[in-house]
Write a protein that binds this ligand. Structure first.
Ligand SMILES: C[S@@+](CC[C@H](N)C(=O)[O-])C[C@H]1O[C@@H](n2cnc3c(N)ncnc32)[C@H](O)[C@@H]1O
Ligand SMILES: [Zn+2]
Length: 383
């Protein structure tokens, strides 16, 4: 690669060689190698997750089958003390060349290995005792589904799997059939589609796992307009896998009054008003945050260059005991033709009435609560 075609950039505390064009162009190209400067938040949170995981469970290695220029691997090697070694793989040899150069610039060359293989082939080579990873991150273009099976088989018991899906349109209910093909469940276009998409993504990973008598338990999720992302801890045994089935359900929304319920079957009519319903699923309806892990992530952010995430993580730890959906206040207010109160003021009023209610990191306009929609509506009307 010509010298002028790449740049040394710094992200967090890590130096990364990237194609110059990926910094200057609005849409980073895949050639000569892929690097997205806007992926920084994902990588920041991956650093915090690795720090939390290794603080709680000890030293770990990091498998990166779709590494691009190795940005995430390099970040965790440099910024997360507990990561002993990173295995950096990509099908694009130019990307791997840059990753090696960056490893040298960060003085971590002795803690990194580099390969140019297809991701599934790379994972297959690690799917045996003594070679399995403690952490694997899947970061493909589009859906991660085709790599999940081999990732689970290449992960140690108790290991952590993280993955990104950038096919947010199928997951958010725009292409329901595509969602069914890629995620084995129907998505739904509604006020809280983003949460439903995250729960479909989790369900796909759980279903891949339980087929292998394992249970990849969701421990953290986050998303924005362009991606959905989830983290899992791998539990093993048929018993854990059977328990997971109880949390694969349909999330059902009334076509008329908007009431939301969770059921094993996608049939029936609205429990509140008797009207017809629509559904999403089977989706993961169990917890999507692990309190201990998410709190530790928050602690890892305190007092350093990643401190801007501390609040977000503390908020996520509060959502754990609440239902698997939220109410988007401005959208409900819009349908009522009423001004929208702030989500915080709705929460205050609900809590005064004895309900549980909290903000959600999935949607800044969302209120997660065990109160029925009717209670939320009467609050909005009152305001
Ligand atoms: C979204 S990028 C990875 C970005 C990177 N993880 C980061 O944080 O900057 C996806 C990468 O997957 C690679 N890729 C696509 N299909 C692959 C396959 N089947 N096996 C291995 N790598 C593949 C591409 O070359 C590209 O570098
Ligand atoms: Zn209804």
């Amino acid at each position: 690669m010509a010298v002028e075609s790449y740049r040394l950039t710094t992200e967090g505390r890590t130096k990364i060689y990237v194609p110059a064009v990926s910094i200057t162009s609005p849409l980073p190209p895949t050639s000569p190698a892929f690097f997205n400067p806007r992926g920084r938040k994902v990588r920041d949170l991956a650093v915090l997750a690795c720090r939390a995981y290794t603080k709680l469970y000890g030293e770990a290695d990091f498998g990166d089958p779709l590494a691009g220029v190795g940005a995430k691997s390099l970040r965790v090697l440099v910024e997360s003390e507990g990561i002993a070694h990173a295995y950096i793989n990509d099908l694009n040899s130019k990307a791997i060349k840059l990753a090696r150069r960056s490893a040298a610039a960060n003085l971590v060359l002795n803690r990194a290995s580099f390969t140019v293989k297809s991701a599934n082939q790379f994972l297959e080579l690690h799917a045996r005792p003594g070679r399995r990873f403690s952490i694997i991150d899947l970061d493909p273009f589009g859906s991660p589904t085709e790599f999940v099976d081999s990732a689970i088989r290449a992960l140690q018991y108790g290991g952590m799997l993280s993955l990104t899906a950038t096919d947010t349109a199928p997951l958010s209910g725009v292409y329901r059939k595509v969602a069914f093909r890629k995620y084995f469940g129907y998505s739904l276009r509604t006020d809280f589609s983003r949460e439903l998409g995250l729960r479909l993504l989790c369900a796909m990973v759980v279903r891949r796992g339980i087929a292998l008598d394992m249970f990849p338990r969701p421990v953290f999720v986050h998303s924005d307009q362009h991606y959905m992302r989830a983290y899992f801890f791998l539990e093993t045994g048929a018993e854990a896998a059977n328990r997971a089935i109880d949390e694969l359900n349909f999330i059902i929304e009334c076509n008329r009054c908007g009431a939301v319920t969770v059921h094993k079957e996608p049939t029936g009519s609205c429990e509140e008003c008797g009207s017809s319903v629509r559904y999403c699923g089977p989706a993961w309806t169990g917890p999507i945050f692990d309190r201990k892990f998410v709190r530790q992530m928050g602690e890892e952010a305190r007092g350093n260059h990643l401190s801007r995430y501390e609040k977000l993580l503390i908020k996520a730890a509060e959502e754990i005991d609440h239902p698997p959906f939220y109410y988007n206040i401005p959208r409900i207010a819009d349908r009522l033709d009423a001004p929208a109160p702030s989500p915080t003021s709705v929460i205050e009023s609900l809590v005064k009435q004895g309900w549980h209610a909290t903000l959600t990191i999935i949607d800044p306009q969302g209120v997660r609560t065990d109160a029925p929609l009717s209670a939320v509506i009467s609050l909005i009307r009152k305001e």
